[in-house]
Design a binder for this molecule. Structure first.
Ligand SMILES: *Cc1c(COP(=O)(O)O)cnc(C)c1O
Length: 370
């Protein structure tokens, strides 16, 4: 976004100070860093000192998980999560399993939701952390983190949520949510890539720090801060907040609902995945019976339309979507699926253009496979 780029550029040129330096250039960088921290904090209702800058959503998730686990007492070796988490949750957990931690992977129903009662049923005295995502990146389902977090905190256990997909798209206020740790990523809200933040609620016991270095970020995360990226991230948060406050998300939701309506008007036998009510406003995950999702994606790409099958990270591997598999969908339906993510740039005209190209692609793909 131009506005984001505009605030970043000076920090690659004349505003080159290191925020840890004491000279005036350094102090100026420090001031900008602090302003950005306020902008990020404001988007989620946090206090600035509760924001730790990281290299992105993946690091924030690793930081939360390894940070809690490796600082826990030897009696608390159990962690609870669910099957549809992002790889940046599942993979650090896998590493902990090799260090003799025990992880419970809770199942989801066919809308992709975790049953809070299941969370409650696996909590024990040795549970040290529960990490359940806020929104799913593939199907857009929102988990009931309010109910889940309350249960978890009542049991005296720390609760982390990966809110990378939900922040900026639905209202997220850490004052009203029972969360101790929450991950955000800049590039999912139109900021630069390679920067993010971990919200660490005041009073949370000290975390193990996966990145040690100088005393940056109040000794929580070492390394010279990526000032230009952080400044862009702050601006992106401010813009996201303005949009949330100005009802822009309702517009996005209407556009998404229109996409669905138009698809239904021209393409028979389409199914939709996820949880109708508890769902992100901008994503649409659907299956086109008898068609091949990969072929549809390529056909749309040739028209300049970018859509995904599965997650961006796992697509291209040939492995069926873990999320749709966890939602108990058979392979044939998973292979017919596509995910549309609408953004601020999309217009009514885009909807017509997409549906026209999609109808053609589905017809061709269905003909080929029958
Ligand atoms: C994109 C994403 C991440 C990873 O964030 P990066 O900034 O790309 O490292 C983590 N969790 C979810 C749910 C995501 O969608």
């Amino acid at each position: 976004m131009q506005e984001v780029l505009d605030v970043m550029l000076p920090f690659y040129k004349d505003k080159f100070g290191n925020p840890s330096s004491v000279h005036s250039e350094g102090r100026a960088a420090r001031v900008s860093l602090d302003e950005s921290r306020e902008q990020v904090a404001e988007l989620i209702g946090a206090r600035p000192d509760e924001i730790v800058f990281t290299s992105g959503g993946s690091e924030s998730n690793n930081f939360a998980i390894l940070g809690v686990a490796l600082a826990s007492s030897s009696k608390r070796r159990d962690i609870v999560t669910c099957e549809v988490e992002h790889a940046a949750i599942l993979n650090p957990l896998k590493q902990l399993e090799s260090l003799d931690f025990h992880v419970d992977y809770l199942p989801v129903d066919n809308a992709g939701r975790v049953d809070p009662k299941k969370v409650e049923s696996v909590l024990t005295e040795s549970t040290t952390l529960v990490t359940i995502q806020h929104a799913n990146s593939e199907v857009g389902t929102l988990q009931d983190i309010n109910v889940i977090g309350n249960l978890v905190q009542k049991a005296g256990v720390l609760f982390h949520t990966d809110a990378v997909q939900s922040v900026g798209k639905v209202a997220v206020n850490v004052n009203a949510l029972p969360v101790d740790l929450l991950s955000i990523s800049s590039h999912k809200i139109y900021g630069p890539k390679g920067v993010g933040a971990l919200f660490v609620k005041r009073g949370t016991p000290a975390l193990f720090s996966p990145v040690c270095g100088g005393g940056q970020e109040k000794k929580r995360r070492g390394g010279t801060e990526n000032v230009p990226a952080i400044v862009g991230f702050g601006k992106a948060c401010q813009i996201a907040r303005d949009r949330l406050n100005n009802g822009k998300l309702e517009e996005l939701r209407k556009l998404r609902d229109l996409l669905r309506k138009r698809i239904d008007e021209v393409i028979p036998n389409v199914e939709y995945f996820g949880c109708g009510k508890n769902h992100l406003p901008n994503t649409l995950s659907c299956g086109f019976e008898g068609a091949d999702g990969e072929a549809l994606m390529i056909a749309l790409d040739m028209e300049g339309i970018s859509v995904s099958t599965g997650s961006a990270c796992s697509s291209g591997t040939g492995i069926p979507s873990k999320v749709l598999s966890a939602m108990s969908l058979p392979l044939s339906r998973i292979n017919s699926s596509l995910r549309f993510s609408l953004g601020w740039v999309n217009t009514l005209g885009d909807i017509d253009f997409v549906v026209k190209a999609l109808a053609k692609a589905v017809l061709l793909s269905r003909r080929k496979s029958s």
